[in-house]
Design a binder for this molecule. Structure first.
Ligand SMILES: NC(=O)C1=CN([C@@H]2O[C@H](COP(=O)(O)OP(=O)(O)OC[C@H]3O[C@@H](n4cnc5c(N)ncnc54)[C@H](O)[C@@H]3O)[C@@H](O)[C@H]2O)C=CC1
Ligand SMILES: O=C(O)/C=C/C=C(\O)C(=O)O
Length: 485
């Protein structure tokens, strides 16, 4: 595969790289330098229509391609991502601003793992059968849906793009996929990889462009029968309003305002190390980050002192520098949003214990969008700061006295994606875990991922589950066949 990071991106439609029909492109930026780093297609509904035609044509053969063949191709895609890991990692860091070591260690390996996981997963996927004593037998077919749409965000670009595409393809669907316009590079490179891996033309189509134009064209296209989306709750609500009345299948993985509940009897060192990570990994731009830290009163002061010290020590800087623990914020728009949230917290009476400022590293990153990791104290549970997703390197700390109070605080938002509980009392851990309103609970750990488990949120954090059989069920239609004996 070519080892260059491309400047001029094209759509990948019907197995070919082609420009947008309008001829219009939009600027792509490197957030670490603030400079334009390339051009991406500003695709519209005509481009989507061409892609859907290619996908419909490909579906006639891909949907009946033997599982072993699908396995072989998806596994080959995984191998090729691994073979080109350095190129993918560099592209991801340039596009997103995350440290290169993080792309190498997490993002790119997880992208190939997604393909490998669903390549093997489809070989083991089985449907149910139900016997009615000796009078009839029902068996359920799990058939591919047809053409499906996969729309992903900018925070874990290739990681989340492939988390949707891999199960969709494994299940026999053809895909119209759109990465975030903010981080298009690795999705473009994926087009080259799938071509080389021998995925038939039209099975995966990758279109670039904005949410309001390209994204809208995908969700509104009548031939696209299911949409899998990860991103903001606002965009998720919009997608549901378009898709639900025409009965498209929907999987929505949305925002979070996740509680990190710390009891006094926790394993201190493990909790501290992990809490720094769960607060600020990827500049806090992971929907699973613990943005509201709830600490038992008896250890609150000790926690505050040590946590602030550790956060102060996190080096913010050039993503290419191995020593940088924090890279750039993904875009100028998002940088301004996060800085605005910090200002809002101050207006709401919050005290900035550490951080709170933009950072201007020396050298090539002097004009990039960097923010110090920020810890805020003194904002109540009902404030905007503790209610709205910030999605940046900003956490709040709040004190609780009893388990009941911890639960009240934990559940006091519109979101319900993930929660972390720190305690060495397993009985309490189970009890609290069962009562936190959240799709995912981590006890004495964070982001420990088993790809077989159901992944998703409750309340305004989304609808449906990804991962394992859940994903393969989502990307198939169940058809029950009843045979009277
Ligand atoms: N995983 C998560 O929880 C994420 C949450 N966010 C939150 O969303 C806020 C805004 O970030 P954005 O980049 O604007 O996220 P977004 O939700 O607008 O964008 C995510 C993806 O959806 C697409 N999209 C947007 N509107 C669409 C529409 N009407 N139809 C179809 N596709 C559409 C975008 O082009 C992108 O590919 C962030 O500040 C953060 O709070 C953002 C990204 C990921
Ligand atoms: O699947 C995972 O391990 C992580 C998923 C993270 C998101 O969906 C997100 O940050 O939006």
């Amino acid at each position: 595969m070519q080892q260059d990071i491309p400047w001029h991106l094209e759509n990948f439609i019907g197995g070919s790289f082609i420009g947008p029909l309008s001829g219009n492109f939009i600027d792509n930026f490197n957030p670490a330098t603030g400079e334009v780093s390339g051009k991406i297609p500003d695709s519209n509904e005509q481009d989507v229509a061409v892609a859907v035609k290619a996908a419909q044509k490909a579906f006639t053969t891909w949907s009946v391609t033997p599982l072993e063949k699908r396995f072989e191709i998806l596994n080959r895609i995984a191998e090729l991502i691994d073979d080109n890991k350095e190129l993918f990692a560099l592209a991801e860091s340039n596009d997103n601003g995350k440290p290169l070591w993080l792309s190498r260690k997490v993002d790119i390996p997880r992208a190939s793992a997604n393909f490998r996981f669903f390549a093997t997963g489809i070989m083991h996927f089985a449907a149910e059968s139900h016997q009615m004593e000796d009078s009839a037998i029902n068996y359920t077919l799990r058939q591919p849906i047809g053409v499906v749409g996969c729309i992903s965000p900018w925070n874990l670009p290739l990681y989340l793009f492939t988390w949707k595409i891999a199960p969709a393809l494994a299940a026999g669907n053809c895909v119209i996929a759109k990465p975030s316009e903010v981080t298009p590079l690795t999705a473009f490179l994926l087009g080259r990889v799938v071509k080389e891996a021998g995925l038939p033309d039209g099975v995966l189509n990758i279109l670039h462009g904005t949410g309001p134009v390209t994204g809208e064209a995908i969700i509104q296209h009548p031939a696209i029968k299911a949409i899998s989306f990860t991103g903001s709750t606002r965009a998720g609500a919009r997608i549901a309003s378009v898709a639900a009345p025409v009965f498209k299948k929907l999987s929505l993985e949305l925002g979070g305002k996740n509680p990190n509940i710390i009891f006094a009897d926790c394993d201190w060192e493990k909790m501290m190390n992990t809490t720094v990570q769960s607060s600020f990994a990827n500049q806090g731009q992971i929907c699973l980050c613990g943005s509201r830290i709830l600490v038992e009163a008896s250890i609150y002061d000790k926690f505050k002192t040590e946590f602030v010290e550790r956060v102060k020590a996190l080096k913010v800087g050039d993503p290419m520098d191995e020593k940088s623990k924090q890279g750039a914020i993904v875009s100028k728009v998002h940088f301004e949003k996060v800085m605005g949230c910090i200002e809002k917290a101050k207006e709401e009476g919050g005290t900035i214990l550490v951080g709170g400022q933009a950072v201007q590293p020396e050298g090539r990153c002097a004009n990039g969008w960097f923010i110090q990791p920020t810890v805020i104290e003194g904002v109540g549970p009902d404030t905007v700061t503790n209610q709205e997703e910030i999605f940046g390197p900003v956490v709040t700390i709040q004190k609780f006295n009893t388990e009941e109070e911890a639960l009240q605080l934990a559940n006091a938002t519109q979101y319900g994606l993930a929660a972390t509980i720190w305690t060495s009392n397993l009985t309490r851990a189970h009890r609290v875990g069962a009562r936190v309103e959240s799709g995912i609970i981590w006890i004495n750990c964070w982001l420990l991922r088993d790809l077989r488990t159901p992944f998703g949120g409750v309340k305004n954090s989304g609808v449906g589950r990804e991962g394992g059989w859940e994903a393969l069920r989502f990307f198939t239609e169940a058809k029950n066949i009843c045979v009277q004996l």
